[in-house]
Design a protein. Sequence first.
Length: 240
Amino acid sequence: MCKTVVITSTTDRIEERKAELIAFPETTAEIKSYIADLTVEAEAEALVAFAGDISILVNNAGMAQTGVTVEGGGVLKDQSFEYWKRQLDITLNTPFLVTRAALQGMTERQYGRICNITSVTGPLVSMAGTSAYSAAKGGMDGMMRAVAIECGGDGITINGVAPGLIDTGALGPAMLTAGEYNPIGRPGTSDEIAAAAEFLCTPDSAYITGQVRCAPPAAAAGPVVAHTLSPARCRTRSQL
């Protein structure tokens, strides 16, 4: 069981998350918060130094940054280079910088669990307007597999959990309805994603590395449901 949990974000809203975690009756660990922009190399390294001896790392940042808007998104032919670079910075470079810094101590201690919250978007499916995000998440999975080979002999595992349509309160009605087209018949929950990540961070997962656990179950069951804004246009991969 973890004695200390360190959480981070780019703004002081991380204090709200800290208070929420402390309020959970199940919480027994000390909760620490840290404000950093993890797209900046020095700040990522400072976070790892603040955390101390890290045994578990969960890379759970990506897509957007609070208070920062970069124009020029959309379909690839209309996309600005600045938008492309920013999306890769947030979604791919952040886990690279933090993972690289954490691996130093994990290698010395010959133990570590790394879990990336990746996505089905990019590695398995995509949709219009998500080319930069899709490329970044595909890159995250590729990095994960290389690190699994590089560090497997040092007692370190690295895996991913790939959420699909998850009901976090941010999904609109059309996306929530689209989530009904997977075998379970509903979108996933954040608790279900957390449970999958939790197992990959335990000693019991010692023989699993370089793998991605897909959630939605459609990805694991065979055909992958394509993400579309209209449920009527949902098609399985075998029909694409």
